[in-house]
Design a binder for this molecule. Sequence first.
Ligand code: CA
Ligand code: CA
Ligand code: CA
Length: 622
Amino acid sequence: MILLPFKLHRLHARRLFFRLALLLICAVPTVGSGSRVQARPIEPDATLQEVPVCSTAWLRQIRAAQSAAIMGPRLIAAPAADSDYGVVPFHAVPAGKDDALQQNAEPNDPYYRQSQQLNLRRIHVPEAWEITFAMPEVTIAVVADGVDYSHADLVNKLWRNPREVPNNAIDDDANGYVDDVIGWDFGERDTNPTIVHDPADPERFKGAAPTGTVMAGVAAAETHNRFGIAGAAWNARYMPLKTFYPVKDARGNSFLGSKIDLVTEAICYATNNRADVILLSTMSVPRPDDDAVIGDLMQTQEAIDHAWRQGILVVAPGGECGIADAKLRPNCPDAERFGQNRPPFPASLDHVLGVSSLNGLDQTLPHASFGDWIDIAAPGDDIPTTWADHRGFQTKNPIIKVTSAFWPTPSDLAAAHVAAVLALMRSANPGLEPLRLQKALCDNANRRIAGQTFDPPQDGSALRNDHLGCGLVDAEKALENMPWRLMLEPGRAAHPLDADDPSASPSLVLTSRNLNMSAVNLRTGQAWVRFAGLEQPPGQSARFRVSVDGDALRREHGGGLAAGTEVRPTMEAVVDSELYPAASVLSESQRLEIVFRVGKVHRIHLPAVLRAAGLENSGAGQ
Ligand SMILES: [Ca+2]
Ligand SMILES: [Ca+2]
Ligand SMILES: [Ca+2]
């Protein structure tokens, strides 16, 4: 049993306090406001309390009310499809050329092979891949402007709703969304959560940042497919939840807008459909002093709390409004009215991991938001990732290196790294509760970065700071210092055993769905049980062959076994104690209950030569 140190309790209490403080900040305009408004007590909506959070009825009530508008990141000096700005060279790796070089967890994606994904190496993702490639069931919901899932590095990583039959106009799983097989478009209320595209006017959204697409690529691009980049969470999937839709500003310019209740609804969708991590993109909430806005934010908080109780972690960008210059930071509305460095939505809500971004020198950006809501830091600059073009999704450069020079919200990318690390951690232990995952993430962050060292003193008081949170996320250390739960199949099995036939070597294959070969050992107390690890190609499951040494078994049982006898070897699977001593101490071993039953096995299929010799009639059990 791991006792939580008091610093985490302190952290939690701090966030609860901050949640209240946020509401007060929201209610009291600060800099530049002539009228000072008294903070109001917030009354929970009585009608909403009568139905369970995130239930269909709860969502129906939320949709019925008019929700406050929010904005996504607009205007980027985005590289056009025919521009080389921000683009790094792309070379495909010829098939078969470098297979000899492959060992352990090394993927063959060209950007990774060319060492251009330094962002993954800086947070020790390759070392984490030695432990797990992530389970395909582990899902990262991406709540943003949609994901171009037709992208070659994303098309095979899309989450699928197994309970929904596509295109039959029936809500088969009765979740309130008809034909939602790959997520949902909450902005335009349809089944297609891809990025916005207007065929009638292809140039219309060309300045919009394809946020969801670049975030999905960082976290979950297809890995070891000889194309593009490696996704940090290797086998994990993404669930695109589009909350933005086209709106026009006062001057008639198109941009992507949204509403707070759509984000709330998307969080509920991800929770109800068993996502493991919810990754939110940058969103700006104008008019935070408005009663309606505060009410909407409280509903979002209820949905986030509900997700947390269901074991789901919510991750959000820490924000880029640390300076007030509206010209430099178009995504920080009302800075003059409400002051710079306003707590961002949704990172400042409780039970959300706020992530600040670091450049290639592990420095925060000068305009990064900072405050109590920053929990951890991750790379956010010079990130190769999947790119989409709002002009019909056809882009000359399917992978680009996103730099803070043109990307307005690098903490989006940082948050995607943290979501991916959490997906790896969830894979190593699918049952571990959010608080312990968050603690492992924070306790094992790198605290010696960019000349700033903030090792916690004995009392834990300097565990974090407002710019870097707990420090730079470290996937390897986080995984190595948390308990693992091996998902071995089959954990229980009955297996036939022809104990009388010395030529038979009955065996079965056990598959580890989460932990890799190098992380797992199998043990037995029986001399007649043999284990052998099978080859584990990159990205695939670890497999072990369990076989019975017939001679040794007969010796132990005095020379013969009657038909119907069951032998039950004691076997257990344990985390490797030499490579991962900390994890092996924390993890529980798994008992394997495999029964070998003695009998006439496959006699009818014995080779003809044995039948001719009459060997099939010999031995016990006749
Ligand atoms: Ca449905
Ligand atoms: Ca259907
Ligand atoms: Ca790839």
